[in-house]
Design a binder for this molecule. Structure first.
Ligand code: FNR
Length: 367
């Protein structure tokens, strides 16, 4: 049967993957309230379309940190993609490149920065987890630079791993024939067997829980690459991020896998956008499954969006072709949304094209 939307890949992935792997990809933290909310919140934002505008030509191109891409839809970092498909990160890198957009490679990928770079041309970002051993971090950042990665997405919402109960029940562990390739040879490439989630134990032993704003400064001293802070949810932190001199913010709740009961990212986006006052670009990820979601994020001030699970599930289902199709479907839906709301370019996606629950009512109340 033909696949007609991004969400349909999840059921195919669930059928194909071992339960431990599917659960790891799909799960959120604890009660998974935020996981539901990341989707539900989009349904409370409505459109205010304009009519009789010539929409025979629609331009979705944009520039992200100075790099021109075909659309404001990019790929978020997701760990351990070879568990989904033998081609893993290579397939995602090729699909993103074919679509003319950006892929972000996870620190915990099952392919390393050099291998992903060798898949061919493409604009790629590297997601960084700061490990306790700063020499390892500095080396990895240098390798990412040399391999041609264009920015560092510093994940700041994971001093410890969120409590994902399915992973605990399944005793989640990276299957032994895979390696966290970026750390191969550094004694950090394997996860030890644990009584709970192997990843959770790995994080508590290796990730630096003391990470703070001074380390953002430190990172700036070891790389010339632009730094995006991934995991900002408040105006307070957005202002600190601007002061720290980062090049951008990704409003993210880590796909609802860290702190449960944080708001949906689409609800937190506007407060962050307002706080940065246009000084740096703001991006968002979390629950984006439709072109309409992309439009809503841009109307609330995002410069672009990232998708996580849609790439993972389509990769598991149909490899590179699946990821290509996901990007194409999101692109087509986004273009259609622009046309039907009377927007010919991204700059025409203004705040007044949507109605959010926190807006003052524009429709007269019924008397
Ligand atoms: C993630 N995410 C993530 N983030 C990060 O900074 N480093 C990582 O290694 C991972 N790994 C990872 C694995 C899996 C299976 C998922 C689902 C997510 C979070 C990711 O970058 C992004 O923030 C969310 O996935 C966005 O939400 P959606 O699109 O999955 O709803």
């Amino acid at each position: 049967m033909e696949i007609t939307n991004v969400m349909e890949y999840e059921a195919i992935a669930k059928e194909k993957l071992p339960k431990m792997v599917y659960d790891y990809y799909a799960s959120g933290a604890e009660d998974q309230w935020t996981l539901q909310e990341n989707r539900n919140a989009f349904s409370r934002i409505l459109f205010r379309p304009r009519i009789l505008i010539d929409v025979s030509k629609i331009d979705m191109t944009t520039s992200i940190l100075g790099f021109n891409i075909s659309m404001p839809i990019m790929i978020a970092p997701t760990a351990m993609l070879k568990m989904a498909h033998p081609e893993g990160e290579y397939a995602v890198a090729r699909a993103a490149s074919a679509a003319g957009t950006i892929m972000t490679l996870s620190s915990w990928a099952t392919s390393n920065v050099e291998e992903v770079a060798s898949t061919g041309p493409g604009i790629r970002f590297f997601q960084l987890y700061v490990m306790k051993d700063r020499n390892v971090v500095a080396q990895l950042v240098r390798r990412a630079e040399r391999a041609g990665f264009k920015a560092i997405a510093l994940t700041v919402d994971t001093p410890r791993l969120g409590r994902r109960e399915a992973d605990i029940k399944n005793r989640f562990n990276l299957p032994p024939h895979f390696t966290l390739k970026n750390f191969e040879g550094l004694d950090l490439g394997k996860m030890d067997k644990a009584d709970d989630s192997g990843l959770s134990s790995y994080v508590s032993s290796q990730v630096d829980q003391s990470l703070s704003w001074k380390d953002v400064k430190w990172l700036q001293t070891i790389t010339h690459l632009p730094i995006l802070l991934k995991g900002v949810l408040t105006a307070e932190d957005a202002r600190l991020a601007v002061e720290a001199g980062v090049s951008g913010i990704i409003v993210s709740n880590h796909g609802a896998r860290q702190l449960d009961y944080v708001p949906a990212t689409i609800m937190a986006l506007e407060e962050v956008v307002k706080a940065v006052q246009g000084r740096i670009p703001v991006f968002v990820d979390g629950g984006i499954r439709r072109g309409t979601d992309v439009f809503k994020a841009l109307a609330l001030g995002a410069s672009g969006i990232f998708v996580g699970r849609p790439a993972v599930f389509s990769l598991a289902a149909h490899g590179e072709a699946g990821v290509r199709k996901v990007l194409q479907m999101l692109r087509d839906e986004f273009e259609l949304t622009m046309a039907l709301s009377g927007c010919r370019s991204l700059k025409e996606i203004t705040r007044d094209r949507i109605l959010a629950p926190w807006d003052s009512p524009r429709i007269a109340p019924r008397l």
